[in-house]
Design a protein around this ligand. Sequence first.
Ligand SMILES: [Zn+2]
Length: 473
Amino acid sequence: MRNWWKGLAVLLAGATGGYFMAGTDLGRVLEERQAEALGSLASRYVAEQVRPQLDASAAVKTVAGLNLIEVEVDRFQGNILRATGVANTYLVQTPAGNLLFDTGLSTQAAQHKRLLQKAAPGPVTHIVLSHSHADHIGGAKFWRAEFPNAQIIAHAKFRAGQQYLKALQPHFWSRNRLLYPFMPEEPPESGFAAYGGLTPDVEVADGTVHRFILGGVAFEALPAPGAEGEDNLVLWLPQQRALFSGDFFGPLFPMLPNLFTLRGEKFRDPVAYVASLDRLIALRPQMVLPSHFDPVVGEERLVADMQAMRDATAYVHDQTVAGMNAGKSLWALMREIELPPELALSQGHGKLSWNVRGIWEHYSTWFHFESTTELYPTQVRDLYPELATLSGGAGPLIAKAWQRLDQGQPEAALHFIEIALAGEPQNEAALQARLDALRQLLQRAVAEGGNHSETGWLKSRIQATEQALGAEA
Ligand SMILES: [Zn+2]
């Protein structure tokens, strides 16, 4: 059913081979057009899958909504162009050549490239990459095929980031597919669309600035670790007071940072993030151009929002540390710590209680000093089938679960349900109770601001439970 995904992978792989074999501009352009046609098909398919899943508040900016953004080009401050999509590709036009900031998803890259080149012809001399995530570097190989001398500028930790994401690609891919079932079964393994293999020509280390002038336009590439990883690099145009922020602020500006990612990846250091925010606040930008969604204009508003993000991050960090020192349990802190009203930022991407846990375990690891059993691989889950027998089978457990559900305690209910299902995996009443618990959790998550990862996970589990129930019926 999703065979054309495979077609896309094969074609994009072929695109590279064809180009190098043919070695002509015509061959490359033909292959770009084929990649664009299949990429557009992929984007449309994903948008169709996502549209009905969007919450009633779809008018509100959500991360899932990124898939509905049409690819087109717009212009800012005269010389800055943007190709829109799931992620943006920016182009800064100068008389001495053009610079790119981020290159979007590989499936949208050929279209980005064609539209940007039409609007701003001329050679590309620099490609600045904000970090090693696939939605930001996916077009780099397309551009380099035409401009092999374009200098790639990235953070000094970019290569290490790319390396670990590539090494663990099967692991992360299977997790992402569980959350987003519309993704192809396997990642493309060769050609322009394959993840990885980029070697920056300029690596910018923390604490330094890479300054250059191109066609009279001054550029400063600034390391900004924290946020979406330790390899974040932003680009500052001091003459225009424009800040290309990549994912530094996350997709929803302003928001609580996403220190913990549900799909995996390394923890993001809040202390480094606060220091990076201090550095960027001091620039007092007039325009922030993020790599997702739209630019934000206005120094006063930008500085206030950045300051709120900085203070909220520091607050969560400091409260967690204080709680740890006061001997409070992690679980108590996950429940207790709340943002003060003046710092109540969106948790649509970063979730406060998950950040608390991330900070705790970042500093003190996963051993919570609560039980000897934490140290060994035998989990209480391994004993669920026997626990289910002891408690008289699924019936009493399901009754307990419903009691908790009636009291609005879906988390506790889920524990009872999991024990019941471990004994009898097909038990219809237990599956029905699980569906109810998941729906309660989803309702709560939406009411609390609709964290994209949490609602994505819950929707995926609801779908799996409905399927299991359908199979029972
Ligand atoms: Zn991104």
